[in-house]
Design a protein around this ligand. Structure first.
Ligand SMILES: *Cc1c(COP(=O)(O)O)cnc(C)c1O
Length: 480
């Protein structure tokens, strides 16, 4: 795998002469208003050593997958193999420019083409666009494709997207940005899409159903194929949010179920560090129905050379300034090649770890879907601690004192006091056992000394913050 990527990287040459641009020389005193021009600036004087210490100390406060367990549900905070970083930083991938001639970037084009082919195969799709910058951007792309499909067929009445009440917040947001109305469909007692409610709401206005599988409860939607059939009967389409594809990869192909479009979160399923919010990559796979509308350009191969195909007459256009987040593509390709035919082990171990941990945590919290087996994650509810005055948030804060990152909280919205736990496939049994022991200790504390849990954390540099206020009124300046 390394050899192949190394070879490909050698086929990227830095352009010797980048286009020149004329920069006009300006005098700052002429263009900056007088009140902003300063003679003296009161900058603090610190020694180099103190600066190094300050930033080194700050870096040690970072929490990461590399330092500890990170069971943040839905986010798939798995280990990102170091070899990914090595190949992504090879000269011929890292030091090329999107405006170079195609002849000088054949290596990255071949890598992109290969990745596209692997994603087509793994997802069971007719084609894939690598362009979207992240999962949510993939959602928007997919919905624009759906809108283009209906426009093309004169389906002007189709203005609604059905979305289950367990969906990730980006789903309704993307549908709204793409110009659709959103109608919520209920979940049933098994945590799956409520079939009766779905059938009732599936009328001629419905352009698509947008569903996550396994859904955000970590539960497999067993009727996914029936959903596709029911939708197609009315010329409506099926969007699948592929954020949880690590539960399926190598085992099942959404295209085979009749899914018309799905985004892959390369940074989740195929590993790229994404704790700080990016960059990610959200390629979309499509069925034959949506292929004519894919964004331009598509990476193609004419038997001799790789090239960017801009000639897609019905394309929705371009969705990013350049071509996509190339370094994330390279990491994903490295990950796929490293597993090869055994990539199904990702899904097997993700599910095994989740089921093991769920069993270990039995009896500590409420498990509202106890009767349903989970896939790669599961959602518990801390309502059992309410009588002690302890909330999911308190449990999460107390976990920080034990050095673990808390699970996702208060999502999905249909589970009160939700704790959404995704151990990922890269964790060992010992880590899961340790986490279970920590949960046991915290639940015990909640019962015997609830104030201790409610006042947590004790060991972090900052204790409780006003989370909503920190978002709405951020303090961005160092106080004088
Ligand atoms: C992460 C996630 C998204 C959004 O993906 P980004 O890459 O963060 O934009 C959408 N849906 C689900 C279920 C997710 O977990």
């Amino acid at each position: 795998m390394e050899k192949l990527l190394f070879e490909l990287s050698k086929r990227g040459k830095r352009a010797v002469s980048l286009p020149k641009c004329d920069v006009e020389e300006v005098n700052p005193e002429e263009v900056i208003p007088e009140e902003y021009l300063r003679e003296d600036i009161d900058l603090p004087e610190v020694s180099q050593l103190e600066v190094v210490r300050h930033f080194t100390r700050l870096s040690q406060l970072n929490y990461s997958v590399d330092t500890n367990f990170y069971p943040l549900g839905s986010c798939t905070m798995k280990y990102n193999p170091r070899v990914n970083e090595t190949v992504a930083s090879l000269e011929g991938f890292a030091n090329i420019h999107p405006l170079q001639e195609e002849e000088t970037v054949q290596g990255i084009l071949e890598a992109a083409y290969l990745l596209k082919e692997y994603l087509k195969e793994l997802g069971g799709f007719a084609d894939v666009s690598l362009q979207p910058a992240a999962g949510a951007h993939g959602e928007l792309t997919g919905l624009l494709l759906i809108a283009a499909y209906h426009r093309d067929r004169g389906n002007t009445q189709k203005d609604t997207v059905l979305i289950p009440d367990s969906a990730h917040g980006t789903n309704p947001a993307s549908a709204a940005i793409a110009g659709f109305k959103v109608r919520t469909v209920k979940s049933d007692k098994n945590g799956e899409l409520d079939w009766e409610d779905f059938k009732k709401k599936l009328d001629d206005r419905v352009a698509a159903l947008m569903i996550t599988n396994p859904n955000t409860l970590g539960i497999f939607e067993r009727r996914i194929k029936d959903m596709a059939d029911a939708l197609h009967e009315r010329d409506a389409l099926l969007y699948m949010d592929g954020a949880n594809f690590n539960a399926l990869v190598g085992r099942m192909r959404p295209g085979d179920w009749g899914v018309d479009v799905m985004h892959f979160n390369l940074h989740k399923t195929f590993s790229t560090p994404h704790g700080g919010g990016g960059p990610g990559s959200g390629p979309v796979g499509v069925s034959e129905r949506l292929k004519p509308y894919l964004p331009v350009p598509q990476v193609e191969f004419d038997g001799e050379r790789y090239y960017l195909n801009w000639d897609i007459p019905k394309s929705v256009g371009k969705l990013l300034a350049f071509y996509g987040h190339v370094a994330v593509w390279v990491r994903a390709l490295a990950y796929i090649l490293a597993y090869g035919r055994e990539i199904y082990r990702v899904a097997d171990h993700a599910i095994l770890n989740a089921r093991y941990l769920r069993k270990k945590l039995e009896g500590l919290f409420n498990d509202p879907y106890k009767h349903v087996p989970c896939m790669h994650e599961f959602v518990l509810s801390a309502t059992n601690l309410k009588k002690y005055g302890v909330k999911a948030l308190d449990v999460a804060k107390r976990m920080l004192d034990f050095g673990v990152h808390p699970p996702t909280m208060y999502f999905p919205l249909i589970v009160p006091e939700a704790l959404m736990i995704e151990p990922t496939e890269t964790e060992e049994k010992e880590t899961l056992d340790r986490f279970a022991e920590i949960c046991k200790t915290i639940v015990e504390e909640a019962k015997t000394d609830p104030q201790k849990v409610k006042n947590a954390p004790y060991t972090t540099p900052v204790r409780r913050i006003k989370e909503a206020e920190a978002n709405r009124k951020p303090i961005l300046r160092f106080p004088k």
